[in-house]
Design a protein. Structure first.
Length: 338
C-alpha cells in the first residue's frame, strides 16, 4: 500500500501594514498621548479664557483706573485682581510652551527610544519584518505630527491674544515682544524648538539605551541648546543704531522705547565708539573725554519676523542633523549586529 504524504509549504511571513506599526506605537504610548492632549487642552483653554473673559475683566479694571495713553502722567496700580489674573495666566501659558522642548526631549529619550532598546522591544519588532529604519521613522513621524499640530494651534491662539491685547500688554514690564517666552510663543519658534527636543531626545536615546539616564541627559542637552540658540538670536539679523544726546541717554529709559538693545556706548567727536565713562561727581567728565553723544544698537519690533524665521531655520537645521545622526547610528549598530 502506498502512503501519500502531503507537505505544506511554509507560510510566508508578510510585513505588517503601514498603519499597523503606527497604531501599535500609539497603543504602547497611549499614556503619553493622553498627557499631550490634556496639556494642549489645558493651555488652549487658558489662552481662550485670556482672549475672552480674562481680557474683558482686565480692560474694565484698566479703564476704571484711568490708565494708559489717554491719561499721561497718571500713576496706575497694575496689581488689581483682574489684571493680575490676566497676566498670570498669559505668562504661565507662554512659559509652558517654552517647556515643551524639554518635555519632548525627556520623553523621546527615556520612553520612546531608550526604554524599548533596554527591554528588547525594539529588537523584537526588527525580527518581525520591520526594518530598523522603518521603526525609527515611525517613532519620529507620529510624535512630530502631533507636536507640530499642537504647538501651531497654541501659537495661533497666543498670537490672537497678543495682537488683540494692545496697550494692555505694555503695562507689564516683562510682556514685551522680545521677551524670550513671548518671542518664542508668538511665532514659528515654539514648534521648531519642540521638534528639536524630539530629535535630540531620540538621538540621546540611541546613544544611551537606558531609560532613566537618557531622560536626564536629553533634557539637559536640549536646555543647553536652548540657551545657546537664544544667545545667538540678536546676531541673526543686522541691528539698527540710534544716536542719542547726553541728556536723553542719561535721563530716559531708551530700552523700552527702542526694542531689544544689543549694545550701547559713548561716541567721541571723531565718531569712535568708546565705553561709557563713570562720571559721578565730575561735571566736566564728558567734555574732558571728548564725549559728544551716545549710541545704541537695537532690534526694533519690525525685526520680529526676520529674527523669528532666521532662528527657526537654525533650529530646524540642528534638528535635521540630530535626525540624520540617529538614522546613521541605528544603521551602523544594526548593520554590525547583522
Amino acid at each position: 500500500m502506498t502512503t501519500t504524504v502531503t507537505v505544506e509549504a511554509p507560510a510566508t511571513r508578510t510585513a505588517p501594514r503601514p498603519g499597523g506599526l503606527l497604531w501599535a506605537m500609539l497603543r504602547i504610548h497611549r499614556s503619553a498621548l493622553w498627557f499631550w492632549l490634556m496639556l494642549m487642552a489645558l493651555a488652549g483653554g487658558a489662552l481662550l479664557w485670556v482672549y475672552g473673559p480674562g481680557a474683558d475683566a482686565a480692560w474694565e479694571e484698566y479703564r476704571q483706573m484711568r490708565c494708559g495713553s489717554d491719561s499721561p502722567g497718571r500713576s496706575c496700580d497694575y496689581t488689581g485682581p483682574a489684571m493680575s489674573r490676566y497676566d498670570l495666566v498669559l505668562g504661565t501659558t507662554g512659559s509652558l510652551m517654552s517647556l515643551v522642548p524639554l518635555l519632548a526631549a525627556a520623553w523621546a529619550g527615556g520612553a520612546l527610544i531608550a526604554r524599548e532598546l533596554e527591554t528588547g522591544t525594539a529588537r523584537l519588532a526588527w525580527t518581525q519584518s520591520v526594518s530598523p529604519a522603518r521603526w525609527l521613522a515611525a517613532k519620529l513621524a507620529v510624535p512630530a505630527a502631533l507636536i507640530a499640530v499642537g504647538m501651531l494651534t497654541l501659537t495661533l491662539l497666543h498670537r490672537l491674544v497678543w495682537t488683540t491685547g494692545g496697550e494692555l500688554h505694555r503695562t507689564f514690564g516683562l510682556r514685551m515682544w522680545h521677551n524670550d517666552a513671548v518671542f518664542t510663543a508668538n511665532g514659528t519658534l515654539a514648534t521648531a524648538y519642540a521638534l528639536l527636543g524630539l530629535a535630540v531626545g531620540a538621538l540621546v536615546g540611541l546613544l544611551l539605551p537606558r531609560a532613566l539616564a537618557a531622560l536626564g541627559v536629553a533634557a539637559t542637552v536640549v536646555l543647553v541648546l536652548l540657551i545657546q540658540l537664544m544667545d545667538l538670536r540678536p546676531h541673526l539679523w543686522p541691528v539698527k543704531t540710534a544716536h542719542l544726546s547726553n541728556d536723553y541717554y542719561i535721563n530716559h529709559d531708551y530700552s523700552g522705547a527702542l526694542g531689544t538693545v544689543t549694545g550701547d556706548g559713548a561716541l567721541t567727536s571723531t565718531g569712535a565708539r568708546v565705553p561709557v565713562p563713570d562720571c559721578v561727581g565730575e561735571p566736566r567728565c564728558l567734555s574732558d573725554r571728548d564725549i559728544t553723544g551716545f549710541y545704541v544698537d537695537y532690534h526694533p519690533p519690525a525685526h520680529f519676523w526676520p529674527l523669528q524665521l532666521m532662528e527657526t531655520g537654525v533650529v530646524l537645521a540642528v534638528a535635521a542633523v540630530a535626525v540624520a545622526a540617529s538614522f546613521w547610528l541605528l544603521n551602523r549598530r544594526t548593520g554590525a549586529a547583522a
